[in-house]
Design a protein around this ligand. Sequence first.
Ligand code: GLP
Length: 256
Amino acid sequence: MEIIIQETKEAAADVAARIIAGLLRKKPDAVLGLATGSTPLPLYKRLIGMDLDWSGVTTFNLDEYIGLPREHPQSYHSFMWENLFHHINIRPENIHIPDGNAEDIPGFCGEYEKRIHNSGGIDLQVLGIGTDGHIGFNEPTSSLASRTRIKTLTQQTIADNARFFGSEEDVPRHVITMGIGTIMEARQNLLLAFGENKAQAFAEAVEGPITSVNPASILQMHPVAKVCLDEGAASRLQRADYYRWVYDNKPVWQTF
Ligand code: GLP
């Protein structure tokens, strides 16, 4: 895992944006996996400000709430259009976000997996991390081999996300999320973590054992996993000085 620690979340998001920009310039028809939540906001802001051509890019979002109307301000559809898609030249037909209102949700989930496969697979997946270690909405004890499916949120995630909805009662209990197995098939994973409230879950994911109790820990098994974080999220790492040295002294010939 490549661990990139920056002073601020804006600086960390800038590194992440340059990684994505590099991919899009090299591969204009890249397939990106995208995330929601507060974490990727500075990344999307930075990407919008770059001179990038999104016309050949395909995207797949990680997750969506079940039962929330698409137009609801807190749906991940609304989030993605407001914070990224409205501001770039992506083709609407190349955008994929799980449909939390599908009549046959298990059928939809199977179809979503097929679409990812038929697109050639995800080149780079953007990830955040929950305070409980979740990636996408794969809550603790999710199967490490799971595919896109329905999940039930933990009380901790409901409490964390209540800030977007006004109250815990308004947070949907059920979601569709890409599985951990799906995420692990992306050719590259790029995780962002900002703030001290992520420090414990993040340290356990990177320096603890691989366990479904901290789903992000599976990234230790991924051949190309990068992490961009700020000092707050890095504050519980045991080996932070080593990671800093590695990044500051990265040879120019090292591509990842
Ligand atoms: C959300 C999303 C995750 C996200 C995580 C952290 O609910 N489903 O994809 O990474 O929880 O959220 P935030 O970035 O707001 O802290």
